[in-house]
Design a protein around this ligand. Structure first.
Ligand code: BGC
Length: 366
């Protein structure tokens, strides 16, 4: 491994550890007030990257924090499921939130809280953790048991997407995250037979829905019955492996993201006006993971090397790049209300680590 690779690997691990609270929560970004929370989505990818680097103490600490969040809401989850079964309408804000304070509370700010993908991604990350030969405490199985009931009851509802936008659709990336988690835990002997069965069945139903109504021109579409493209769709190819690399859906989705959203810096989607709509290094890392999956690791190597050129003097990676922007006129407004965009973003460091590890594995190098 060359010096630059080693340096960014070390700084990524250090930055993630420095920004993990004693409770186990990973702060999304320390220098950006709105991100002083821990998201299930970011946290699950970060914990997965850390356990892949043999940093299991950090991963376990996050999993413990997440387990408490769910167990403290076990009654709430059971009541939501009961009410839905009785045909009661449940408003978006009654659902579990996507992000929490480091000590496990909901934020009181108005936020687009309904995004169920994070819970699926968390279960997926636990499954990966188990596959590496680790064990989970009984409390975590109990939390997952509760989430299986929750996700199998509510996976169909309309929500916000990975970017906390576009309410009112069944987002394919969210559905894929839920399916990945349910598919993973359907193999766990420590879950009840009923949960395993429900999880397996729902994972199949989700994939069937995506294949029937979540495709356009042979590639994945941003939402069910839609035609838009979104870089979050790459996760269904890798790391979730819901679609094989040899599947034409995977090849066509990768080709569309490459040509429409970019390779060295990947836009979230074409309508993105957040901070003017910059390119996200972490999405280029997802693209790199997908390239490995479809048998083009050399493209992933180029992406990895490009990401290494993006760090500041403290070896930190940003959430997004300042140029070129999709909607430059919108940037000033965001900076005025929220401050400069997030640097470092822990999720960017995690995806860099995951891409590096996947490349090492695919080429058999350490
Ligand atoms: C992104 C989310 C992310 C959050 C924290 C938001 O801007 O859209 O996907 O979970 O930041 O990093």
């Amino acid at each position: 491994m060359n010096d630059q690779l080693l340096a960014l690997r070390e700084s990524s691990i250090r930055i993630i550890k420095e920004n993990q609270a004693n409770s186990g929560a990973y702060i999304a970004s320390p220098n950006f007030k709105v991100y002083n929370y821990s998201w299930f989505r970011d946290g699950a990818f970060i914990a997965d990257a850390m356990s892949e680097q043999n940093e299991n103490a950090s991963a376990v600490s996050f999993h413990t924090w997440a387990t408490h969040i769910i167990l403290e809401r076990e009654e709430k989850i059971a009541s939501l499921i009961r009410r839905a079964k009785q045909g009661e309408e449940i408003s978006p804000d009654e659902h579990l939130h996507c992000r929490y304070t480091t000590d496990g509370r909901e934020s009181e700010e108005i936020w687009t809280n309904l995004q169920l993908d994070g819970f699926g991604t968390w279960i997926w990350s636990l499954d990966k953790y188990l596959q590496r030969g680790n064990q989970l405490p009984i409390a975590t199985y109990r939390a997952v048991e509760s989430l299986v009931g929750y996700l199998t009851s509510f996976w169909r509802i309309e929500s916000y997407d990975w970017w906390e936008e576009s309410f009112g659709h069944q987002h394919v990336a969210n559905l894929g995250s839920i399916a990945a988690g349910l598919q993973g835990c359907s193999r766990w002997e420590n879950l009840s037979e009923d949960s395993r069965k429900q999880a397996a069945q729902t994972a199949v139903e989700i994939k069937t829905l995506i294949c029937k109504r979540g495709l356009v021109d042979g590639r994945l579409a941003k939402w069910i019955d839609g035609t838009e493209l979104d870089a979050s769709l790459l996760a269904l190819i890798a790391p979730f492996n819901l679609f094989e690399g040899t599947d034409s859906i995977s090849r066509k989705t990768v080709a569309a993201v490459m040509s429409e959203l970019g390779t060295f810096g990947t836009y979230r989607h074409k309508e993105d006006g957040y901070f003017g709509g910059g390119r996200w290094p972490l999405l280029s890392c997802f693209l790199g993971l997908a390239f490995i999956e479809i048998g083009q690791p050399e493209k992933a190597v180029e992406i990895l090397q490009w990401v290494e050129t993006l760090t500041n003097e403290d070896l930190e990676l940003p959430e997004q790049l300042a140029s070129p922007l999709l909607y430059p006129a919108m940037r000033a407004e965001w900076i005025q209300s929220w401050g400069e965009p997030a640097v470092p973003l822990l999720w960017s460091h995690a995806m860099y680590l995951s891409l590096q590890a996947a490349l090492n594995e695919s080429t058999g190098k350490e």
